[in-house]
Design a binder for this molecule. Structure first.
Ligand SMILES: NC(=O)c1ccc[n+]([C@@H]2O[C@H](COP(=O)([O-])OP(=O)(O)OC[C@H]3O[C@@H](n4cnc5c(N)ncnc54)[C@H](O)[C@@H]3O)[C@@H](O)[C@H]2O)c1
Length: 409
């Protein structure tokens, strides 16, 4: 294989709009070429063909046969991840799959076994444990500079449940549980070393307008006894970004009125599935007019002005890691370390983040034979925690885990 990784995209939806507008992003990587895409939406295929001069298919089964694709990026809805990843792996393609990597542990097992048997790379594309501040905190924990890790606590309050997701999408993702929880679980597992022993959680479905669970409180313990809590409220009136100088998830400034505006928009269109579908569709790659961003995208604060705004580190809520000799949390541009000598900020510059870091990792693995840190077994272990949260809440008891794997660094 040449020194270039040729990537085919499966599913050109909202996630892909974000992937292609992220700066710096995967299209800034000189050794990555986007050579193909598959999606049933013709507007998306036309735009992809036009933008990248690439092959386009309305059927994934055709894309995976292309000799011009080394790896497939699976960004279809979660219930299709297993089928599309397996199809790609069975045709000898490496895979990056969006979170959650699948919806059942059986599917994860099938995907992992197929990748392992065929000597292919399978990368779990959860983004927020790739965030440089989280990796930096992990590095400090590993260095022993602050003594042993004693606990991890993470909180995220936002308006997730009022984003214009069609109801069926929320049913499939169990609200936040398969959509947002993987990010938090991933962050906490990376900081705590990966091996979760048991999980206790309560989940909440508080708003009859929106199906699925929109909130949870989770307590988990690592094998070495380190405890962690994960708190998420996707029905947020409060917004964790307030504690962070109004920097949002992507690292761009977030409008302090986002929760209110998104809630008001949802109340206006709720019960009208066609309107929800239309709003969601406006955010998909290739929908609407090229280069223009729809109104909902602007309310959500991810519109056309995003790239002109100052970018900080990505932010997925307040995460505090406590060690024997100090606490750490993220700051807008790095991390804050609180120790015996007081508080100091560690700036992080020019570190790759998000999808760019993931695609780079896959490139390094495929072309330079480096191990994939964030692999399918890691993604399976993260899903196991999410499933245990659901079971724990249903059965009101602690759930012990058996598919955990250690963190890689
Ligand atoms: N990590 C993140 O920040 C983030 C953000 C958004 C979405 N995601 C993840 O990305 C995935 C997709 O979410 P989304 O919001 O973009 O969904 P979406 O519905 O906007 O996009 C899905 C795309 O897949 C296409 N599709 C449907 N069936 C297909 C098929 N059989 N073959 C090929 N394409 C098909 C659809 O036409 C659509 O373009 C989900 O797993 C989600 O969790 C991640």
């Amino acid at each position: 294989m040449a020194e270039t990784l040729r990537l085919g995209f499966v599913g050109l939806g909202m996630a892909v709009t974000r992937i292609f507008t992220e700066r710096p992003g995967i299209t800034d990587l000189p050794h990555i070429r986007l050579t193909a895409a598959a999606d049933p939406r013709r507007d998306a295929l036309a735009r992809f063909e036009n933008e990248f001069g690439a092959e386009v298919y309305d059927d994934v089964a055709e894309l995976v046969k292309s000799p011009n694709v080394d790896a497939v990026y699976v960004a279809t809805p979660p219930e299709m991840h297993a089928e599309h990843s397996l199809l790609a792996l069975e045709h000898g393609k490496h895979v990056i799959v969006e979170k959650p990597i699948a919806l059942t542990l059986d599917d994860c097992e099938r995907m992992n076994r197929t990748a392992e048997r065929r000597g292919l790379k399978l990368l779990a594309g959860h983004t927020h444990s790739f965030d440089p501040p989280i990796r930096k905190m992990r590095e400090i924990i590993r260095s022993g500079e602050l003594g042993g890790l004693r606990m991890v606590n993470t909180w995220n309050y936002n308006e997730f449940m009022y984003r214009p997701w069609p109801s069926q999408e929320l049913v499939t993702s169990r609200g936040i549980l398969f959509n947002q929880a993987p990010h938090q679980v991933d962050i906490v597992r990376l900081l705590g070393g990966g091996l979760v022993r048991s999980v206790r959680a309560m989940t909440g479905a508080w708003d009859g307008l929106r199906p699925g669970e929109g909130a949870y409180t989770c307590y988990l313990e690592f094998e070495d006894g380190v405890p962690a809590t994960l708190v998420y409220n996707g029905y947020g009136f409060f917004d964790t970004a307030e504690l962070y100088g109004w920097v949002g998830e992507g690292g761009y400034p977030r409008d302090p009125e986002t929760n209110r505006k998104m809630r008001a928009n949802l109340r206006r269109v709720s019960g009208d599935e066609a309107a929800l579908e239309e709003q969601k569709n406006q955010m998909r790659y290739g929908a609407g007019q090229s280069g223009n961003y729809p109104e909902i995208w602007n309310i959500w604060g991810r519109g056309h002005d995003v790239q002109s705004r100052r970018k900080h580190q990505k932010f997925f809520g307040l995460t505090v890691a406590s060690c024997e000799k100090g606490d750490m949390r993220q700051s807008a541009d790095g991390i804050l370390v609180y120790g015996e000598e007081g508080r100091r900020e560690v700036a992080i510059e020019n570190a790759m983040a998000g999808r760019q870091a993931e695609v780079q990792e896959l490139y390094e693995a495929v072309v330079h034979h480096r191990p994939v840190a964030h692999d399918g077994r890691w993604g399976e272990a993260t899903l196991e925690v999410c499933l245990a949260m659901i079971r724990s809440a249903e059965q009101r008891r602690e759930i012990e885990l058996s598919h955990q794997v250690p963190a890689w660094e």
